[in-house]
Design a protein around this ligand. Structure first.
Ligand SMILES: Nc1ncnc2c1ncn2[C@@H]1O[C@H](COP(=O)(O)OP(=O)(O)OP(=O)(O)O)[C@@H](O)[C@H]1O
Ligand SMILES: [Mg+2]
Length: 461
């Protein structure tokens, strides 16, 4: 029996497929782990306790509670417990989501037992280190420069760095405008962190996410008994941000009826909790952000002009990613490095062809879209030469759902995707693909040529 050389030696295994479960449990057993296996996640929950000296391995698709929900539960008990999920082969979206939700790793079906054991061994070895590392990193995380926080060396970004540093220390209200995903929140945090108030609170309110009915009490707080259900006094976000910065995100979505109340608070610099007559003095640094054109919103009567002038003492415009030239490559490298470290994958670089694809794309979702793509790139199991092209064409396919696309074009995309998946599943075995899709060899060859699919790219070593 192999020895497990550290303190972490338990495996909690969940799979509803009895054969799979028994076989997997046997491998673990042979490798020297203590295995406890369960047919469903609910039964396994009682075994999940803080400080568990082991690893959780779970199938994703299961009745009652699926692997993702189980992961959430385990995270809730102790986010340091490594969870390895078993996903369907080629399900990158699910895998990306799992890693984001904090899975230690995922393994695709059908899997090689040695590979699974390898993952478990690493998870175990890293278990204690993860905790130690985090503490260490927190201590070392000293002050970082604005260039490290807001990445970009293009002229527009350099100018933005300057502007932020110039504005950080003054109290004027700043309105940050920019398309979705351009980094408005990062900029808001930089304004706070590089300014005189950095030791005070940064309080963010997403105006689009607060329901109208509770907006006032959420922002201004209330006194006990102010309305039915107000059984305790509550401090609002404005007051909570006192002496620090208040970030009103997506301010363009603030209901018009509330705008006048916010305006009053900003003008008077004092605040009344709901149900109170006693004003509280407010000293906040106001930062607002929007991806709407607030001037247009004002003309359309959806945003109060007086409030607009109050929040827009200084305007910071964040350029869309497509106007930042080679920053795209810099950011991609950065996010790939980040994802590779977080997901313990090798740090990969892209070819010049890949770089050209990235530079050509117009990035409607801006930096967020690029970051997502970098994560998928790192986690994808496709051969390197195909990763970017498949993601960018996949993206176009999604976009074309809302734009007008001919049926013929949709069918072409669909056919390509079907062939791509079949080749992936059969690891480039053309004979198997022919049989699965009931296609004569010649037709398959023609189609593969037309779609520029090369079987060699699907062969695994
Ligand atoms: N220049 C940058 N350097 C590093 N990371 C960035 C940069 N810009 C954006 N990001 C990252 O991209 C993601 C999107 O940024 P952010 O949330 O700030 O965008 P946003 O403009 O607020 O988007 P939305 O309009 O959708 O709210 C975040 O994960 C952020 O950390
Ligand atoms: Mg935002």
């Amino acid at each position: 029996m192999a020895m497990v050389g550290n303190e972490c030696h338990e495996v909690i295994l969940v799979d509803d497929d009895v054969e799979m479960r028994t076989a997997t449990a046997q491998w673990f057993d042979l490798a020297g782990y203590q295995v406890r296996s369960y047919p469903h996640a609910v039964a396994a929950l009682s075994d999940i306790v803080q400080g568990l000296r082991g690893v959780v391995v779970s199938d994703v698709r299961m009745p009652k509670m699926d692997g993702m929900q189980f992961l959430e539960q385990v995270n809730g008990v102790d986010p340091d417990i490594p969870v390895v999920l078993i996903t369907a082969h080629g399900d990158v979206t699910m895998a990306v989501e799992a890693m984001r939700q904090g899975a230690y790793d995922f393994i695709e079906k059908p899997f090689d037992p040695e590979r699974l054991l390898d993952v478990i061994r690493r998870a175990c070895e890293k278990y204690r280190l993860i905790v130690e590392n985090r503490q260490l990193r927190r201590r070392l995380a000293g002050p970082v420069s604005i260039e490290q926080r807001l990445i970009g060396t293009s002229a527009v970004m350099k100018r933005l760095h300057e502007e932020i540093l110039n504005l950080a220390d003054i109290n004027a209200a700043v309105l940050i405008q920019g398309e979705t995903g351009t980094g408005k929140e990062v900029v808001a945090r930089c304004l706070h962190d590089f300014g005189a108030r950095h030791e005070q609170r940064f309080v963010a309110v997403n105006c689009a996410a607060v329901p109208d009915s509770v907006f006032e009490s959420e922002l201004f707080g209330y006194e006990k008994g102010a309305f039915t259900g107000a059984d305790q006094q509550r401090i609002g976000r404005f007051e909570y941000a006192n002496k620090g910065s208040l970030f009103l995100d997506e301010i363009g979505s603030m209901p018009i009826a509330l705008q006048v109340k916010v305006l009053r608070v900003l003008q008077e610099r004092e605040l009344l909790r709901v149900g109170s007559n006693e004003p509280h003095l407010l000293d906040i640094r106001l930062i607002c952000a929007t991806n709407k054109n607030l001037r247009e919103e004002c003309s359309a009567g959806r945003f109060r002009e007086d409030l607009f002038y109050r929040i827009n003492v200084v305007e910071l415009n964040i350029p869309p990613l497509r106007d930042r030239g080679e920053d795209v490559l810099l950011l991609f490298d950065f996010f790939v490095g980040q994802a590779a470290e977080a997901y313990r994958r090798p740090c990969v670089t892209i070819s010049s062809h890949g770089a050209a694809l990235l530079l050509e794309h117009d990035w409607p979702g801006n930096v967020r879209e690029l970051k997502n793509m970098a994560e998928r790139f790192v986690l994808s199991s496709l051969p390197m030469s195909q990763r970017l092209a498949s993601m960018l064409s996949g993206f176009e396919q999604e976009v074309s759902g809302v734009q007008k696309t001919s049926l013929q074009e949709l069918m072409r995309l669909h056919e390509r995707a079907l062939l791509d998946h079949a080749l992936l599943r059969h690891q480039g075995d053309v004979q198997a693909v022919m049989e699965e899709l009931v296609l004569p060899r010649r037709t398959l060859n023609e189609k593969m040529t037309r779609h520029q699919l090369d079987r060699r790219n699907y062969v695994r070593d």
